[in-house]
Design a protein around this ligand. Structure first.
Ligand code: 16G
Ligand code: ZN
Length: 536
């Protein structure tokens, strides 16, 4: 077939270094940009096949999130804006690793297994691929390699240029739902979110200008550009002081959500006044972390667990006021601070689920509930509303007979649904929701922080010769191999009060991660250190 000849020809321009093996991990391929050209080309091919298979628009995101600037990565986005389905992650790995001369065989294997109709005449108008780049130097040429892959198989593509990861997810969903989720443009995204935000903040009548102020660390990434673009839509209901906007510093270097969370300290490059709310995005703006420093200069972190608690408290109150009987659950990972889990289960009495690390796992678990709030401690998360829940909320909001308090609550819920990007965790959308909640509840960042106190914790990474020898179970909370490791961890944990620890191989770096929490910071540090020695 003509397109296979084209694939052969084009793939010669994007050759695979012989012997190089990469894996489609937690969030796609991620490695040094110099090793990615052939992967990008092949992901262009795969996206086109996925598009033919689903008869829908598929997204391709070129990003390496919070990794250093010399890295890059790529991931595929499925029709409803979710992460690509696991079987296709397997195909992605297969295609990326096929040696140059085996590429066509690997490609035909996918076509055969998925029974894909390659007849251009019948469905050519279906394939469309967004190729999106983030603000890394390597992104432009890598993005071109994706486009070459798409066109080699006769696919159509639309390049959106610089957008955040969640904006891509949003646009793919809009495109495939014929605009029902919103307009498939960046402008449409701003309009939808900001209108909902402004409606929400109308319920915060006594909010002062001071309370409307927020300091944002853009991680020198794409989120900084985008929040600036969005500002005019906010109609001064939120005053943003933006730092690390990419004009000087390096992407994710000493700044951004990952740095702040792991180092438990403020990023460089921002001005922080005591008591003022600050937040950091990560490099592709799909994570957010809040923090402030108190009058003694002490740093306080409000991570994904605190965000999940704030949002689920707000939603639960609104459901009660609206008299809506909808089941709400919070989905976390093993990294969730033990205090947050205890607070959610014992005080708030919401269902709590724990899944493996990685957005797709949390997202999947959250879909099982009327309202699923999911957040990783690192600040990646969103809220999912089932179709039935959205309909009930809408009915109540539109029902003029409803008494005032119930109707007000239903309208608030409706605007909450609209300010949220349900396709994936989104720093900008989460920020707007959090800011609206704090304004409506007249809550300071200190009051939010005081909902519960985090147990001191420590994360470490350990370099080992082969991280895959560590295998885990029970949502990564227990190690099943190598032999004896879990017993060793159990023994160490017993030495400390309120302690917990686990190890897991990273899905994005060649390291093993160690997490420990305990009653005091010293104990958490010691425990993490001892467990990391047990990993060797
Ligand atoms: C990726 C995941 C993130 C997860 C992190 C863990 C997505 C979109 N991103 O960044 O959710 O927390 O990996 O990294 O799924 P690790 O496996 O290296 O600890
Ligand atoms: Zn990210």
């Amino acid at each position: 077939m003509a397109e296979f000849q084209e694939v052969s020809k084009q793939s010669g321009l994007h050759p695979k270094p012989a012997g190089l093996v990469l894996q489609y991990g937690t969030a796609g391929f991620r490695t040094n940009a110099k090793d990615l050209d052939h992967v990008m080309f092949r992901m262009g091919l795969l996206a086109t096949l996925r598009s033919k298979k689903t008869k829908a628009t598929i997204g391709v995101m070129v990003t390496a999130s919070h990794n250093p600037e010399e890295d890059n990565g790529v991931k595929l986005v499925d029709p409803m804006g979710e992460m690509v389905t696991p079987t296709w992650e397997g195909y992605a790995t297969q295609l990326a690793n096929a040696e140059q001369e085996d590429l066509l065989t690997a490609l035909k294997d996918v076509i055969e297994k998925e029974d894909i109709n390659m007849n251009k005449q019948t469905d050519s108008h279906f394939y469309q691929t967004f190729s999106i780049i983030n603000s890394r130097h390597s992104s432009a040429s890598l993005s071109q390699a994706v486009l070459d892959g798409v066109s080699a198989l006769g696919g159509k593509s639309k390049d959106y240029g610089l957008v955040t990861t969640p904006q891509l997810h949003y646009m793919v969903c809009c495109q495939n739902t014929q605009g029902k989720y919103g307009e498939a443009t960046v402008e449409g995204y701003y309009k939808k979110l900001c209108q909902a935000f402004i409606q929400l903040t109308k319920n915060a009548s006594n909010c002062t200008d001071d309370q409307k102020h927020l300091t944002v660390d853009g991680a020198n990434g794409i989120g900084a550009l985008k929040v600036r673009e969005m500002e005019s839509h906010l109609k001064k209901e939120l005053h943003i002081s933006l730092f690390n906007d990419g004009s000087k510093g390096k992407l994710n270097h000493q700044c951004g959500a990952d740095f702040v969370k792991v180092q438990q300290k403020a990023p460089t490059g921002i001005e922080m006044n005591p008591g003022e709310r600050c937040c950091s995005y990560d490099g592709d703006a799909d994570r957010i972390i809040y923090y402030y420093s108190d009058s003694k200069g002490q740093f306080h972190l409000l991570d994904g667990d605190k965000i999940a608690t704030l949002i689920s408290t707000f939603l639960k109150e609104l459901l009660t006021q609206a008299g809506l009987d909808l089941q709400i659950a919070v989905v976390q990972t093993a990294y969730a601070n033990g205090s947050s889990t205890r607070y959610l289960e014992d005080t708030m009495k919401v269902i709590v689920r724990c899944t493996k690390t990685g957005v797709k796992h949390l997202h999947h678990a959250a879909q099982e509930f009327d309202i699923g709030v999911y957040f990783e401690a690192n600040g990646h998360g969103t809220v999912l509303f089932s179709k039935a829940a959205q309909e009930k909320i809408q009915q109540l909001a539109e029902n003029t007979g409803t008494d005032d308090e119930r109707k007000r609550a239903a309208l608030l819920l409706q605007n909450t649904v609209n300010v949220i990007n349900q396709t994936v965790g989104d720093a900008i959308s989460d920020m707007l929701l959090i800011e609206a909640i704090l304004a409506i509840k007249s809550m300071t960042v200190q009051q939010w922080d005081a909902i519960y106190s985090d147990l001191p914790n420590r994360q470490l990474k350990v370099k080992v010769s082969d991280r895959r020898v560590i295998d885990t179970t029970d949502a990564e909370r227990r190690a099943v191999s190598p032999d004896g490791l879990q017993e060793a961890i159990d023994g160490l944990v017993k030495k400390y009060r309120q302690a917990r620890s686990f190890v897991r191989p990273s899905g994005t770096e060649d390291v093993v991660r160690v997490y420990a929490e305990a009653e005091t910071q010293e104990s958490a540090d010691d425990l993490a250190h001892e467990v990391s020695l047990a990993v060797y």
